[in-house]
Design a protein around this ligand. Structure first.
Ligand code: ADP
Ligand code: MG
Length: 294
């Protein structure tokens, strides 16, 4: 594009809080055929809340929530904050954690009040040989409703499932429709379970879902889409620290402005208003800039 077209495109974007950090991004956004969205904090608000607790026979709900809040006290995960807040609002005093180990993409292990506590997804419990028999049905029911189901084992027993809801951003569904009208396909990328991710995707009109992806594997998923035979031109939209490698791998990396510094620094485009609809607007601006190039 001509320098004038670049200047016009950049300033049009800036007026809408869409910051193109370089001319290449402004030009490449026109050629995108795929936009991959991180789920949590990008399509959803990233303000998870505990909405339900189901316990195994003989397990007290408040007691298990207290233990889990203790275990999550040292975690920086958004789900941890939701659980700690739920315990606080019930007036529970979380005990101190004696040992804590985060398992990326799965959850955590901790020793709380002298008891071993596992908190995370089904794979975490399975990996530790814990039978989910008593709680699997409840967990699947929660996931089918679009909740993140956090499973809890105390000692070597499945003790509870905690349902956590994170509402979609107001314009997420509209953003997916706008992209479709531009001929651009939307994909959801998430570390959450298939069932949870698919339910939320369906609600937003997204039919392509890549779920249960470990943080370290997000960039490889972008590379797969870019590679033959699909050879797609891919933007990645994310907010989190663990989205940064995927943002860097994408043809155009787009950070939600309210996201982490690392994501904002790595991205080619920053959406200051944290509005998913601005992804479609960025493409419109880019296409306009391109047309002025010939
Ligand atoms: P996301 O793609 O939403 O950022 P993560 O890769 O961080 O997801 O985590 C994937 C899954 O692992 C979560 O959906 C959750 O089931 C589980 N998990 C990870 N960390 C925690 C935690 N601190 N407490 C409970 N569950 C966790
Ligand atoms: Mg996220």
């Amino acid at each position: 594009a001509t320098p004038t077209a670049i200047m016009v495109g950049t300033s049009l974007g800036a007026k809408r809080g869409i910051l193109f950090k370089n001319a290449i991004a402004l030009e490449q956004a026109a050629a995108l055929d795929t936009v991959v969205f991180d789920k949590t904090g990008t399509l959803t608000r990233g303000e998870p809340e505990v909405v339900d607790v189901a316990t195994a026979d003989g397990i007290d709900e408040d007691e298990v929530l207290r233990l889990v809040a203790g275990a999550e006290g040292d975690s920086e995960h958004p789900l941890a904050r939701a659980i700690v807040e739920a315990a606080r609002s019930r007036g529970l005093q979380p005990p101190r954690t004696d040992a804590f180990e985060a398992v990326p993409g799965h959850g955590l292990l901790a020793t709380v009040d002298g008891r071993r506590v596992l908190v995370g997804n089904a794979r975490l419990l399975e990996a530790h040989g814990i039978s989910r028999d008593g709680l699997a049905a409840r967990s699947e029911e929660m996931a089918g409703a679009g909740r993140t189901s956090v499973e809890v084992a105390v000692g070597d027993r499945a003790a509870a499932v905690i349902a956590i809801a994170d509402a979609p951003r107001e314009t997420s569904a509209e953003a997916i429709r706008a992209l479709r009208e531009q001929g651009v396909r939307a994909v959801m990328l998430s570390g959450d379970s298939q069932a949870t991710a698919r339910r939320i995707a369906a609600r937003l009109g997204i039919d392509e879902v890549i779920a249960e992806v470990l943080p370290a594997d997000k960039a490889a998923k972008i590379r797969e889409l870019q590679s033959a035979p699909s050879a797609r031109r891919v933007a990645m939209v994310g907010d989190g620290v663990n989205d940064a490698p995927a943002l860097a791998q994408a043809d155009v990396g787009i950070a939600i402005g309210a996201g982490t510094d690392v994501a904002v620094e790595t991205a080619d485009v920053v959406l200051m208003r944290s509005d998913p609809l601005d992804v479609a607007t960025a493409i419109t601006i880019s296409r306009g800039t391109r047309r002025k190039m010939h």
